[in-house]
Design a protein around this ligand. Structure first.
Ligand SMILES: Cc1ncc(COP(=O)(O)O)c(C=O)c1O
Length: 455
């Protein structure tokens, strides 16, 4: 069949309140033209993030009822641990309340002033947790990742030469090497199995542990199956196991590729490091068999991990984003290609060339999407990255708008509606105006800054 349908039926629905453009103009003004200030009830299609927004399955909800809330030794923990080990066979699996807690624990132990932590591209919480210890986060993604039109199939790959050079020159300062799959901060682009293996080899040759930020491991494995020579006949589960086979540890946000609404883990092989991590966990998260989660959350994750490697699901998941990407390209909307696993990234700077970066074309497009269609997306550009620590501003590398797809939540007609809203924006794009910031905090300003549209 040509049409790749949603491989699920809907048993429980959440009604969407359909607002009008007039209402939304009012809501935008009240929120200071910042979409983080809009109530979710006033959003028609919420593409702000794919994190924690998945629809859980009937099996997961059933597992929630089975959750055991014992403080120590809960059977929920053992189900969770064995589901993780089924895919990622690490000796120690340490649950945390979400991904950044795993990062905070790991880097509180191995980070510190003067240290360097290389990755393809660090996600902002990973970077934040590394920098909070005084260490430096170094991005070493391949050159192709910086060109939105380059069709390279694995734009999340690590630049192995630069990694080797860094470890040769500064190895003494590097506690571990990390790779993020898929590379969220680099457009959700995958890392090939060959690159993961080679990066692990380089790390090990220099005596460094190799860690994976595995938030979107299943989407990455699906891309490997579809794009990497010799992988097409293999099951996603086998590919996932291979992805982690050479790794010494991982951090994970279960809010992504575990279909959970909360949760995460740190997994690793080194006994001494695991001991230190558990001691830190007890201080900050909780006892090692629940780690900041309820037993029911652990059970939801355990079931979610079984469901996420379903290839029918992954085919539909990746196809949804490709479908939207193809339609947008046909409308002349510039998108980052190839389309990523969890999101479509629109190049707002190229879509709105009359709006200079310091008038925030990404924010202007995100606001216009909300006003025209009640669609909430996320600016990833000068608003997010443009404010320097000394208070001055500079344009970000790119001004993107991320349309992140929650898992199993929206249908093809929602995707078609999104495309129609873009069609309307394409027709009136030269009328869209930039914004100016009227108030902002010094850090992470995108969450709370207030804007005003320019005349
Ligand atoms: C690649 C990556 N790493 C880490 C995190 C942090 O996970 P959490 O939001 O669960 O703290 C995220 C969340 O978006 C992510 O995308």
């Amino acid at each position: 069949m040509r049409t790749i349908i949603e491989p699920f039926r809907i048993k429980v629905v959440e009604p969407i309140r359909l607002t009008t453009p007039e209402e939304r103009r009012d809501l935008l003004a009240r929120a200071g033209w910042n979409l983080f200030g809009i109530h979710a009830d006033d959003v028609i299609i919420d593409l702000l993030t794919d994190s924690g927004t998945s629809a859980m399955s009937a099996e997961q909800w059933g597992a929630v009822m089975r959750g055991d809330e014992s403080y120590a030794g809960s059977p929920s923990f053992y189900r969770f641990e064995s589901a993780v080990r089924e895919l990622m066979p690490f000796r120690h699996v340490i649950p945390t309340h979400q991904g950044r807690a795993a990062e905070a624990i790991l880097f509180s132990i191995v980070g510190g002033p003067g240290k360097l932590v290389p990755s393809n591209t660090h996600f902002d919480t990973t970077r934040g947790n590394i920098e909070a210890t005084g260490a430096e986060a170094v991005d070493l993604v391949v050159r192709e990742a910086h060109d939105p039109d380059d069709p390279h199939p694995f734009k999340g790959n690590v630049d192995l030469d630069r990694l080797d050079r860094l470890l040769g020159e500064e190895g003494g300062r590097v506690p571990l090497v990390m790779v993020t799959v898929t590379n969220n901060a680099g457009g959700g682009q995958p890392v090939s199995l060959a690159n993961l293996r080679a990066a692990a080899q380089v790390a090990h040759r220099h005596g460094k542990p190799f860690f994976i930020d595995g938030c979107r491991f299943a989407e990455n494995a699906w891309f490997i199956k579809c794009r990497e020579p010799g992988q097409a006949a293999r099951s996603v589960k086998d590919i996932v196991r291979d992805m982690f086979a050479d790794a010494d540890g991982m951090t994970m946000s279960a809010k992504k590729d575990a279909f959970a609404n909360i949760g995460g883990w740190l997994a690793l092989n080194d006994d001494a490091l695991a001991n230190a991590a558990r001691n830190r966990l007890i201080l900050t998260e909780g006892f090692p068999t629940y780690g900041g989660l309820a037993g029911r959350d652990l059970d939801a994750i355990a079931v979610g991990l079984g469901e996420i490697v379903d290839e029918q699901y992954l085919r539909y998941r990746v196809r949804t984003n490709e479908y939207i990407g193809e339609k947008l390209v046909a409308l002349g909307v510039p998108v980052v290609l190839p389309v990523g696993g969890h999101a479509v990234f629109v190049d707002a700077r190229r879509f709105l060339p009359h709006i200079p970066p310091l008038q925030y074309p990404g924010q202007a497009l995100a606001v216009a999407l909300y006003e025209a269609g009640g669609i909430r997306a996320c600016e990833i550009g000068t608003v997010m990255f443009g404010l320097r620590p000394d208070g001055t501003e500079a344009p970000a590398d790119m001004d993107l708008v991320r349309l992140a797809m929650p898992r199993r939540v929206y249908t093809q007609s929602h995707a078609d509606y999104l495309v129609e809203v873009f069609e309307q924006l394409v027709q009136g794009r030269e009328r869209l105006r930039g914004l100016r910031i009227v108030s902002q905090p010094r850090q992470l300003r995108h969450f709370t800054a207030r804007f005003e549209p320019l005349p």
